[in-house]
Design a protein around this ligand. Structure first.
Ligand code: TYM
Length: 339
């Protein structure tokens, strides 16, 4: 990133079920790394969550849990803005406008919609289909320049860029020229795609039926050890080089996780464990994981109970976010010619 440019960073996490190390290593850890040098806005995207039915009481708890996870991971509310999407109604308003800018053809290409709707496409909510337009509205409402996300959100960032360009172009003669910046994804190379512990070719996901496929941020130390020791591997010892990892997705995934948690380069890990059995590697991986994750887990559990503090953070965040959002949505209305 260069220093002269747009310093606004925006990202969001859905409050749908337990957060796992994919969310942490692929996204939240990067949110923390950016907070000292960028103007960061981090959202809990409850409107995205309801594109699939959510139990109302569970949804409320999950919102608190994501807020607590943000804070427990090291986000400082004095440095960053943390708020809940639905509390700033301009998100929905801009999303509607983007429903009218975005093209069916673009939405039809979204792999996440295809995956989530599955065979039952006719029965998927219309919200799930236009989900990327809401995501574009989240990012562009704050004119963000950078969006830290995992690799699975890349396509949604591409459509956001297309929407921004089309809006700017469609309204170029009416004050829209270069109105929205063209945001860039920030996808870290090592843990951009943390894979399932049961199948190294599948993404680690909240919705996987097997809880053994993921390490949740709330898992206790014994459960972490158990899940790592049972993580699928192949019968060979650990590889000698990165090339040897190409055909070994489970080994590659565990090494990536190790590297991302410890900050040790993959090459160094490979040199250290080359030719050794997985049992030794897995025991060390569990140690590293417990060392890194247990303070976050303990703080998360503590903060979840401190509803007054969480509400204070979210209220202050809402006020800061809303102030910015209202300015932009007012200009958008003007540009479009709305009453
Ligand atoms: P969500 O809630 O599915 O995931 C939150 C973040 O975690 C990342 N992630 C992963 N990274 C690496 N490996 C994995 N296995 C893994 N699983 C999840 C996701 O890439 C994401 O960064 N649409 C978004 C939420 C959203 C958003 C936004 C993001 C709504 N509006 C605006 C950025 C900007 C989503 O469903 O994330």
């Amino acid at each position: 990133m260069q220093s002269s440019e747009n310093k606004t960073v925006f990202s969001g996490v859905q409050p749908t079920g337990s957060l796992h190390i994919g969310n942490y290593l692929g996204a939240i850890k990067n949110f923390v790394d950016l907070q000292d040098n960028y103007e960061c806005i981090y959202c809990i995207v409850d409107l995205h969550a309801i594109t699939v039915w959510q139990d109302p009481r569970t949804l409320k708890n999950n919102i608190v849990e994501v807020a607590a996870a943000y804070l427990a991971s090291g986000l400082d509310p004095n440095k960053v803005t943390i708020f809940v999407q639905s509390t700033v109604s301009a998100h929905s308003e801009l999303a509607w406008i983007f429903n009218c800018v975005s093209r069916m053809g673009w939405l039809n290409r979204m792999t996440q919609f295809k995956e989530k709707s599955g065979k039952n496409r006719e029965n998927a909510s219309a919200g799930l289909y236009v989900y990327p337009n809401l995501m574009a509205s989240d990012i562009l409402l704050y004119k963000a320049g950078y969006v830290p996300v995992g690799d699975d959100q890349k396509q949604h960032l591409e459509i956001t860029r297309d929407i921004a360009k089309k809006f700017n172009n469609d309204f170029s003669a009416h004050g829209g020229d270069k109105f929205f910046p063209i945001p860039k994804p920030l996808i870290l190379p090592v843990a951009s795609r943390v894979m399932s512990l049961r199948d190294g070719t599948k993404k680690m996901s909240k919705s996987d039926n097997s809880s053994m496929s993921r390490i949740n941020l709330l898992d206790d130390n014994d459960l972490i050890r158990k899940k790592i020791s049972k993580a699928k591997t192949d019968p060979l010892p650990l590889p000698n080089s990165q090339e040897d990892l190409r055909q070994r997705p489970e080994a590659a995934n565990l090494i990536n996780i190790f590297s991302s948690l410890s900050g040790i380069k993959k090459e160094e890990i490979i040199v250290k464990y080359s030719g050794k059995q997985f049992s030794e590697f897995k025991s060390d991986l569990s140690d590293v994981m417990i060392r890194e994750l247990s303070p976050i887990r303990d703080e998360l559990i503590r903060l979840k109970k401190d509803k007054i503090f969480i509400e204070k953070v979210l209220n202050e965040g809402r006020a800061k976010a809303e102030e910015r959002a209202l300015k932009v949505i007012k200009e958008v209305r003007e540009i479009i010619g709305l009453w």
